[in-house]
Design a protein around this ligand. Structure first.
Ligand SMILES: N[C@@H](CCC(=O)N[C@@H](CS)C(=O)NCC(=O)O)C(=O)O
Length: 227
């Protein structure tokens, strides 16, 4: 029997969301452990002593940290549909776009919604330019990898529910369905009932969470904008 699988997560954690999506697509049952990031547990600190962050995947007595590393581990350790492409070039490209999400899109996306004035305008411009690059990647395809959900979709999947949540709570908009129509169609596919596991948690849960934590996010955003 395969060792039990647990995910140390936190409500609203976009990085943890990726791990759940990967496990769901592979059909791997798991236990979800919700962490209070303001009061980190011994479990988290013991299993991620380097970064002290969620997500952490526990597979039996082994712990794996960092969402992108975890997705690759899930792909290799479990049966089920492959998440990364087979072809080496396509695999390299999938990793390139994952890196793009974390190093080019994430910061301008959040800061375009959480800052104000000239700073906000600068991040909004950057976020829009980067969304346009993604739009080109998706043209003519149902998912980033082709006809079925794969690695890049998992890496980006948090955007599907979060986009409207962030817009609703902050009143800022960088995403235009007219300009990014392939991305808009992709979002709808990711949040369709058949793909619901990819886009959980629900928008309502996230709106409640983000409304409650907006000021804290703004504080982080202010510090992040200086970096
Ligand atoms: N690069 C990490 C980022 C993980 C991350 O930033 N997690 C956040 C929650 S979304 C966290 O645990 N924050 C707590 C902290 O920074 O103390 C990954 O991909 O897993």
């Amino acid at each position: 029997m395969s060792p039990p699988v647990k995910v140390i997560s936190a409500l609203g954690s976009t990085f943890s969301h990726r791990v759940e999506a990967a496990l769901c697509l592979k059909g791997v049952p798991y236990e979800l452990i919700q962490e209070d990031l303001n009061n980190k547990s011994e479990l988290l600190l013991t299993h991620n002593p380097v970064h002290k962050k969620v997500p952490v995947l526990l597979h039996g007595d082994q712990a794996i940290c960092e969402s992108l590393v975890i997705i690759e581990y899930v792909d290799e350790a479990f049966l089920g549909p492959p998440l990364l492409p087979i072809d080496p070039y396509d695999r390299a490209m999938a990793r390139f776009w994952a890196n793009f999400m974390d190093n080019k899109l994430l910061k301008p996306f959040w800061l375009a919604h959480l800052t104000e004035g000239e700073v906000q305008k600068g991040f909004a411009k950057e976020a829009k330019e980067n969304l346009a690059l993604l739009e080109v990647q998706l043209r003519g395809k149902r998912f980033f990898g082709g006809d079925t959900v794969g690695y890049i979709d998992i890496v980006f999947c948090w955007l599907a529910p979060w986009l409207s949540v962030v817009e609703e709570v902050t009143g800022m908009t960088v995403f235009s369905p007219e300009l990014y129509n392939s991305l808009a169609a992709w979002r709808a596919r990711c949040t369709s009932p058949s793909a619901s596991k990819v886009a959980e948690p629900s928008g309502d849960q996230l709106v409640a969470y983000f409304t409650e934590n907006k000021e804290r996010y703004k504080m982080y955003a202010h510090a992040w904008a200086q970096q």
